[in-house]
Design a protein around this ligand. Structure first.
Ligand code: MTE
Ligand code: MO
Length: 394
């Protein structure tokens, strides 16, 4: 069993697949803490978890004037340590809602294939610079017809044929002073857990989970995108009219930045609510957008989207600022989600109530109101208004 070396997992995780392991936390727990504890942070593995010996581990960095081979000690001592609070979201988060419209191919994620953590490590741009990457090297490469546009990442996890997990991001993102791309050796102040990429993963803030390669073995500055299956033939968006007979994966770009997203973590879909003394209900959830775009507003409806009120974005201690975990985001660098809350009067009488939320980011991107028009055969980019139906009792 290639999975016999996999780590133990927290029993509270809802398992979408045991081998490889894929699990998400219960929504109520997810919405409880600004920083998701590592044990319940969603886990998305395509392959067995590789066991990496930290003493002999080397990160290879190629496609540079001076290729590098770095030990963990090198990464920790030769580069300044940076800490970033960033939300990771799987492209397939909320896929189950697409499945409800029409069957898609992929793990049946609920609303919790998203989590938020603090990550610490070396900046990728500092490491590339150490390898001699700079304006001169870029110009020389371009003049020689080898102009680099991408940075590829290879994981140490492999299938039976030896094929490893891989992905790439645009070189600009890696080099930008405002990109905050990390070669992370810590998550929430501790060594990375085995499931999250021990001893090293890349964290690409604002970018789809799939490019945040775990158990990182190799970094390659290159002219081409990663040739991996997951970059080329997966994690791309298509029209609702495209099916498996007609799909041409070459026709669509690989997903990088994700669209604006929000969901209700409390109450749960199907919950029965007893009206309290004040006749109010507390609605909570998360909101996030890709590319460092900041969520500026969350609207909540208690009548299926007819009337709306603005949610309170939970600030200060609730957002982790007291712990120094979340200084107010810099423009274009809002990498972390916002938790929000509404305390609203429940409509009178015993009835079914449909609670809805939708978020707006600082580019005024908004979520679509329904799933069918954004349905796609892989069930990715599922970000319609989130709806939960509850029953109110007297
Ligand atoms: N990296 C490697 N090496 N192998 C993987 O299977 N899965 C990717 C990404 N990095 C993956 C990987 C996907 S699709 C996602 S959504 C994130 O890791 C999930 O990260 P997490 O398990 O830390 O939540
Ligand atoms: Mo993913």
């Amino acid at each position: 069993d290639p999975y016999s070396g996999d780590p133990q997992r927290h029993p509270v995780l809802r398992v979408n697949s045991a081998k490889p392991f894929n699990g998400e936390p219960p929504p109520e727990l997810l919405g409880d803490s600004y920083i998701t504890p590592s044990a319940i942070f969603f886990k998305r593995n395509h392959l067995p978890v590789p066991r990496v010996d930290p003493a002999s581990y080397r990160l290879r960095v190629e496609g540079l004037p001076r290729p590098l081979s770095l030990s963990l000690a090198d990464l920790k001592s030769r580069f300044p340590k940076h800490t970033v609070t960033a939300t990771l979201q799987c492209a397939g988060n909320r896929r189950s809602e697409m499945n409800a419209v029409k069957q898609v191919k992929g793990l049946n994620w609920g609303i919790a294939a998203i989590s938020n953590a603090t990550w610490s490590g070396a900046l990728l741009r500092d490491v590339l610079r150490e390898g001699g990457w700079g304006p001169e090297a870029a110009a020389a490469a371009a003049a020689a017809g080898r102009g680099a546009r991408h940075v590829q990442f290879e994981g140490l996890d492999a299938d039976a044929s030896g094929t490893t997990y891989g992905a790439s991001i645009p070189l600009n993102k890696a080099l930008s002073e405002e990109g905050d791309v990390l070669l992370a050796y810590q998550m929430n102040g501790e060594d990375l857990p085995a499931d999250h990429g021990y001893p090293l993963r890349v964290v690409v803030p604002g970018t789809v989970g799939a490019r945040n390669v775990k158990w990182l073995g190799k970094v390659i500055v290159s002219r081409e995108e990663s040739s991996s299956h997951w970059q080329q033939n997966d994690y791309k968006g298509f029209s609702p009219g495209t099916d498996w007979d007609t799909v041409d994966f070459k026709s669509a770009p690989a997903i990088q930045e994700l669209p604006v997203q929000s969901a209700i973590t409390q109450p749960a879909d199907g919950a029965v609510l007893e009206r309290d003394a004040d006749g109010e209900v507390t609605v909570r959830g998360y909101a996030w957008s890709g590319g460092g775009r900041e969520v500026v507003r969350v609207d909540v409806s208690l009548d299926g989207g007819k009337t709306w009120q603005v949610a309170r974005l939970r600030e200060g201690e609730e957002q982790g600022e007291e712990q120094g975990e979340a200084p107010p985001p810099l423009p274009g660098r809002a990498w972390a989600w916002k938790l929000w809350e509404v305390v609203a009067p429940l409509p009178p009488g015993e009835q079914q109530v449909e609670i809805v939320c939708k978020a707006v980011d600082n580019s005024y991107n908004m979520q679509p109101d329904s799933v069918a028009p954004i349905w796609n055969l892989r069930g990715v980019l599922s970000n319609a208004w989130h709806r939960v139906r509850v029953t109110v009792r007297e």
